[in-house]
Ligand binder design. Structure first.
Ligand code: ADP
Ligand code: SF4
Length: 689
């Protein structure tokens, strides 16, 4: 069967209430840190998804009223008619490419703090806000409920006026009133909106009916519903109330968009949920209970899996947030039979991290994500080369691979050399650690591309010193030589007082473990002043190897950064389950044979951790030897990129490689002049509202 026939089912149009999706590719709502603060950026990003073939492109949760104010996060906003023009930019960009635009209306109840609006926080029952913040939400009375229903209806009308084709009622991710009313622990009412499931679903039913009545003649009504909280008998389960809700509301929406709650389960990382299509077992029942089309997600990037999900009757439309971020052109690539060109999501949740910080979305795999408007970057297009012909890239980690691939796409003769046995740099090494296997996709995708190009030569086992580089006689050199972990314990918490390291102490770094070394026998102490994933992953590995591990961190939780990728609670649980001893709020003071001395971050009180070796995860030293030696040697271009220029995330290294390739042969004046476009608050009269 040709690939076109094999996947043709994915390209069938699907009727959704009064509108028709051109195919089965459905970008479900996802946050992006742009929202009402950066509407032009969001419009361009969504437009690119439509261009890439997503038949439906949704926005993100959209505040319908000042009592649902998610500031400082940058979600969409539709408080009144003044918000319509910004959203119109998005619907125009999506329609321009022939796709349908969907909007996710949301009232966030106690998940909104109303920091900007200072409005009272509303909820089904009296309860704290959903943040460690001394503020409570008040139980909505009947007038509040009537008002909320009116706000939702009015927002639906405004959404229709803004050009949206699909309008959501949203009950998921533990984030909205509609879902909060359904959950008994959040709804202790004893009126007709509380108690029995029928009563708890009443508000959602009303929202669905009223939205349909308001805009259902022109817009499809989608219902985003978390069928299972993944808490077993302690929460809503697909086998019980989740199923009953679907049964009760079966024919009310035009589309069922179903998933699991909370967000950490819906957007599970590959580290904790390696299986693509991991939601199928939960959502699979929905289609049998409704005649309406069903869309579902689960980090689905394989066209074979997509077809099988449709053939098996699990879903009608293939939902995606992260796969569409990693590759906005995924549908088009399938349609054109370019399957091996799909840039697969690695499930790292760096996209989520950005949104959680209120910053514009970025992606490890797709460095153009978030740059569509402000830099005019297109994920599939790059300017052809200008006058130069050749480039050498030293180092085939994420920075070097991306740089080489984009330079090759621009048409240069590219030589890529790496000292290691295999290309891949840090992703090759890190992907061998527990749960990080999917990260190798960062290297695989780029190597697959590079190996097919006649204008690329790749050399492994090729350590280059300055003489070898100059002998190659390639005038343009990009140095992506990476970094290595420090062995002296210096990190942000020990800058003032570097630890005393006594002779004879057994000290290791992540580089040693990733190179295959084992700490000497006996207990191992890990000191983490990096706070991302590496120390936690290494603790997991060593504990799995049967080692006695103590994890020390100056923070009050392990791997604090990973809260932003929705994993922290899982990492800490896993380490505890594996018997790792955790000591928080302590700073490294000294290491001597058989002992690590730490001091309390608050009182300074000292404590001993008996151990035969210490694994230090603190800072990294940039590998700049080659770069430094090549300075002043007459090269046309000499640029240091990636971790060698600034150790950071894999996403940063990929981005740096991409940026260097884009900027090659641009004048410094040009680069400086249009750093990137910004959306600046208008100072015209009426502009500041
Ligand atoms: P980044 O994240 O910036 O891409 P990595 O640490 O992942 O950096 O990759 C750096 C790569 O550079 C490693 O694979 C390493 O083997 C390679 N490398 C470092 N120095 C040299 C050198 N002098 N010659 C060739 N390869 C080098
Ligand atoms: Fe996937 Fe990571 Fe990109 Fe998010 S940042 S879309 S999880 S590759």
């Amino acid at each position: 069967m040709s690939e076109a026939t094999k996947y043709s089912v994915l390209f069938e149009p699907i009727q959704l209430g009064p509108v028709t999706a051109p195919n089965r590719f459905y970008q479900v709502p996802h946050c992006n840190g742009m929202g009402h603060i950066r509407p032009q950026a969001e419009a361009a990003m969504r437009g690119i998804k439509a261009e890439g073939g997503w038949g439906v492109v949704s926005n993100q949760e959209t505040e319908i009223h000042p009592t649902s104010d998610l500031s400082p996060y940058a979600e969409n906003r539709l408080w009144d008619a003044r918000d319509v023009p910004a959203l119109r930019l998005m619907t125009d960009a999506i329609h321009d490419k022939g796709s349908l635009a969907a909007i996710e209306l949301a009232h966030n109840g106690n998940h909104a703090q109303n920091l900007q609006s200072r409005a009272p926080v509303l909820a089904a029952s009296d309860m704290s806000v959903d943040f460690p913040f001394p503020k409570q939400a008040r139980a909505m009375d009947k007038a509040d409920i009537r008002n909320f229903r009116r706000w939702h209806r009015e927002a639906a009308l405004r959404a229709r006026d803004a050009g949206f084709d699909i309008i959501y009622v949203y009950a998921g991710h533990h984030m909205t009133l509609a879902q909060h009313f359904m959950l008994p622990h959040m709804n202790q009412r004893n009126d007709e909106y509380g108690g029995s499931l029928e009563n708890r679903v009443r508000l959602t039913r009303e929202l669905l009916e009223e939205t349909h009545e308001a805009v259902g003649d022109t817009c499809a009504i989608a219902f985003r519903f978390a069928v299972d909280e993944m808490l077993g008998a302690d929460g809503m389960q697909a086998v019980e109330e989740g199923r009953a809700v679907v049964e009760m509301l079966a024919e009310l929406p035009d589309i069922w968009d179903v998933n699991v709650a909370g967000w950490d389960n819906d957007s599970a990382t590959t580290r904790f949920q390696p299986q693509d299509g991991y939601q199928n077992d939960y959502i699979g029942f929905v289609k049998s209970m409704t005649t309406k089309p069903v869309v579902g997600v689960g980090r689905i990037t394989s066209p074979d899996m997509m077809v099988s999900m449709i053939r098996k009757g699990i879903v009608d439309l293939i939902g995606a947030a992260r796969p569409s971020i990693a590759d906005p052109f995924l549908p088009l690539k399938i349609e054109q039979g370019r399957i091996d060109e799909i840039r697969e999501c690695i499930g790292c949740n760096i996209c989520v991290m950005a949104d959680n910080l209120g910053a514009p979305i970025r992606c490890t795999q797709n460095p153009t994500m978030g740059e569509e408007w402000r830099r005019g970057w297109h994920p599939e297009q790059i300017a052809p080369k200008a006058d130069e012909n050749e480039a050498l890239v030293v180092g085939a980690g994420p920075a070097g691979l991306e740089c080489a691939m984009q330079l090759a796409r621009r048409g240069y003769q590219v030589t890529l050399a790496d000292a290691a046995d295999e290309p891949g740099g840090r992703v090759l090494l890190e992907s061998r650690l527990p749960g990080l296997g999917a990260w190798m996709r960062v290297a695989d995708y780029r190597l697959q591309d590079l190996r097919q190009r006649a204008n690329v030569q790749i050399f492994a086992q090729s350590h280059l010193g300055p003489d070898e580089v100059l002998e190659l006689d390639i005038p343009n050199v990009f140095v992506a030589t990476g970094s290595h972990w420090r062995k002296d314990g210096v990190g942000s918490n020990t800058l003032r007082k570097p630890p005393e390291i006594h002779a004879g102490a057994a000290i290791m770094t992540p580089d040693d473990i990733m190179a295959g070394m084992s700490p000497p026998g006996g207990p191992v102490a890990i000191y983490d002043d990096d706070h991302a994933y590496i120390a936690g992953v290494l603790a997991e590995k060593l504990a799995q190897d049967g080692r006695d591990v103590t994890f020390v961190t100056p923070e009050s939780l392990v791997s604090t950064f990973t809260s932003l990728t929705l994993e922290q609670h899982r990492i800490q649980a896993r380490l505890l389950e594996l018997g790792v001893k955790i000591i928080c709020n302590h700073v490294l003071a000294a290491i001597e044979p058989g002992n690590m001395q730490i001091s309390c971050g608050f009182t300074g009180q000292q404590k001993d951790v008996r151990c035969n070796s210490v694994l230090l995860v603190t800072e990294r030293t940039r590998e700049t030897q080659l770069y430094d030696a090549l300075k002043g040697k007459g090269l046309n271009t000499l640029e240091l990129i990636g971790d060698a220029a600034g150790p950071a995330l894999i996403a940063d290294a990929v981005y740096a490689g991409h940026m260097a390739a884009r900027n090659f042969e641009r004048s410094q004046a040009d680069i400086d002049q249009d750093w990137f476009r910004r959306e600046i608050v208008s100072l015209e009269e009426g502009g500041l509202q």
